[in-house]
Design a protein around this ligand. Structure first.
Ligand code: AMP
Length: 627
């Protein structure tokens, strides 16, 4: 594929304000890609060269990019720099300079996606002396053959500022659009979907004939929509156990929907974690689950440990490879009694002698790239393991939780660094409550109750886990994770920080968009304000990002990237916020929201969802009427 096709698609995507339009453009682009190049196209759409877990960062500094632009366009670096200061976007600067290019290159050939990818990969992997000059040369070489629009993206990708806001769900929606024709030919799938559709089946010819044209058309449309959804679900099921969209896309191109069957859980490729629901009281948890396991809820890092013979890989909750950060855990994993395994746990600093759990502020210091060994000695982590998904060639996700835990215990054996989470099994609300108090007394966050018979549900929240956290009087029973979508400049004393408040949103899974829920101006220290202003200024957006739905206009929009944990007094109805808003239905807002901390372990799509907010709102009313 010519890189021009990709750049022009990016340009179109950048201009749309609706997600559905974006999805259609992407579907068109994917249709044009062949099986050999589709994975690259997918990664580039998200400004990457590989899935996040492979940790390939292009990481080029602005300085070098300026030099490459100057070289390719025949200007001085100072001239490029001056323009950058004025415009603040080096991609646009490159576009402008290429329009007024002084020299025509002698050997310029039209760029292909393959060539661009190859050079960017070299830029990402070149190290050592002379590497800087080589990186500049590789980028300038691409710019030499680029049109102005191509140049815009050739610069933004290595700078990490592509920011088209293309989320994973939107990519999967686009795949499903392209697979409709295949789905229509799949008799079994059509039959299953038709069964679900209300009304007469198409097999009943006489009845069908009686339908007038309009109704027939509507029915076909409905069937197509349901077929697309069914395909989409199949794709997501696989994505949940194999978090690599490029790989999935290639499989779909080569072997169609059936190809998905071959995709299996394997050590080394991250899965999407199961999530916890919430209920406000011990009674409600027991009513919902009956006899259940109740585990202490630790406040650390959720880690997925993958062992493949001697190779150990550790993934964060965002599916990033964080193996290097936790050498003591890697070492301990080598001793577990399985050659191959995938298991999960929460790692936190724990003082074995005093049996004290360290606060999150201490544990978070272990998330670093330097001084790892020194910090590992100072604050060694303990991994409190809670689930086993795979062992010695077998996928265990389908087993009931109690069986998985049993096997987990056997595999861990006697290990100092890796231990099982503390747990009880009970069907008594009183006992659950006592265990909760005991856990909180030890400085833990609360408990997680688990359905003893549930399968492991990757990537979803289905009441197989229910959390109960320390609840503060007059506040919600749980904190909420919101996504920053904009900020206000601030008045008075706050003008000095350049930031006075945040516009935040929750995630709507159904539409893959972010809907506003609160303006937040309290809870931030001066240091936090400064830091927020710094990181948000890097992701400013001139217009409302396509996946954001908000009627409130902040001073500055930002790409949905950062998640913050927020506390609030309650959830109230709101005419101005869009979370939960529908025709004839008001939206929901947080009352007296205050920021607790930045949650760097969560991606925007892992923030609290609109559905959860609606459930919390219902529960809250239920509780207050009860009182
Ligand atoms: P939350 O982040 O508040 O939705 O709570 C769910 C998180 O609690 C999980 O993603 C884990 O990181 C963490 N956690 C702590 N202890 C446990 C446990 N015993 N079982 C499962 N998850 C736990």
């Amino acid at each position: 594929m010519k890189f021009k096709v990709l750049a022009e698609s990016f340009d179109r995507v950048e201009k749309v304000s609706k997600r559905l339009e974006m999805t259609d453009f992407l579907a068109e682009l994917f249709e044009k890609s062949n099986a050999d190049e589709i994975a690259r196209v997918i990664y580039l759409c998200q400004g990457q060269l590989a899935p996040p877990y492979k940790d390939v960062e292009i990481g080029m500094g602005e300085n070098y990019a300026e030099e490459a632009i100057a070289k390719a366009a025949g200007y001085t670096k100072a001239e490029v720099e001056k323009e950058f200061k004025k415009r603040g976007d080096l991609g646009l600067v490159a576009e402008e300079f290429l329009k007024k290019k002084k020299q025509q290159s002698l050997f310029s050939a039209e760029l292909t996606v393959e060539k661009v990818f190859k050079n960017l990969m070299k830029i990402a992997t070149t190290e050592g002396s002379g590497s800087q000059q080589l990186k500049i040369k590789l980028l300038a070489e691409l710019l030499n053959s680029a049109s102005p629009v191509e140049a815009r993206y050739l610069i933004r990708i290595p700078l990490g500022s592509l920011r088209l806001g293309i989320g994973d769900p939107t990519i999967m929606d686009a795949f499903a659009i392209n697979l409709l024709a295949e789905a229509q030919k799949d008799k079994e799938l059509v039959k299953t979907v038709e069964k679900k559709l209300k009304g007469k089946k198409s097999g009943e010819k006489n009845a069908e004939k009686k339908l007038n044209e309009k109704r027939k058309k509507k029915r076909t449309e409905e069937l197509d929509k349901k077929l697309r959804l069914a395909v989409r679900e199949k794709i997501e099921d696989k994505y949940n156990v194999h978090s690599d969209l490029g790989d999935l896309a290639e499989t779909l191109k080569r072997n169609g929907i059936k190809g998905l069957e071959k995709i299996k859980i394997e050590p080394g490729i991250p899965l999407r974690p199961t999530l916890a629901e919430r209920l406000p009281t011990a009674e409600e948890i027991i009513k919902k689950l009956g006899k259940c396991a109740v585990e202490a809820k630790y406040d650390g890092f959720r880690l997925a440990i993958h062992k493949n013979e001697t190779k150990v890989t550790i993934f964060s909750r965002r599916q990033e490879d964080v193996t290097e950060m936790f050498p003591e855990i890697v070492k301990a994993v080598k001793d577990i009694k399985a050659n191959e395994a995938i298991f999960e746990g929460e790692a936190l600093a724990f003082n074995e002698e005093t049996q004290e759990y360290c606060p999150f502020q201490i544990t978070i210091q272990r998330k670093r790239k330097y001084d790892i060994d020194k910090m590992a000695k100072e604050f060694p982590l303990t991994l409190f393991s809670f689930d086993l998904l795979y062992a010695n060639g077998k996928n265990l996700m389908g087993l009931p939780f109690k069986k998985r835990r049993e096997r987990l215990g056997k595999i861990i054996g006697k290990n100092k660094t890796i231990i099982l989470t503390d747990a009880i099994v009970t069907d008594s609300a009183k006992e659950l409550e006592e265990y909760f108090d005991k856990s909180v007394g030890k400085g833990l966050e609360g408990i997680i109750a688990k359905d003893l018979n549930a399968k492991y549900i990757a990537g979803a929240r289905k009441f197989s886990w229910i959390k109960l956290k320390r609840s503060y009087k007059g506040e919600l029973g749980d904190t909420i994770d919101t996504v920053i979508v904009g900020f206000f400049k601030g008045k008075g004393k706050r003008t000095q920080f350049g930031l006075g408040g945040l516009l935040t949103a929750v995630y709507d899974k159904k539409s893959d968009s972010f809907k506003s829920i609160a303006k937040i101006g309290t809870g931030m220290s001066e240091e936090m304000l400064e830091n927020l202003c710094k990181i948000l200024s890097k992701i400013k957006s001139e217009k409302k990002p396509a996946r954001v739905e908000s009627e409130i206009k902040p001073d500055i929009w930002v790409e949905p990237k950062y998640v913050i944990e927020v506390n609030a007094d309650e959830i109230t109805k709101s005419p101005i916020h869009t979370a939960g808003k529908a025709k004839g239905k008001e939206g929901l807002a947080l009352r007296f929201p205050r920021m607790i901390k930045l949650r760097q372990d969560k991606k925007p799509e892992q923030a609290t969802t609109v559905k959860e907010i609606e459930q919390m709102f219902k529960k809250q009313r239920h509780v207050s009427t009860g009182a």
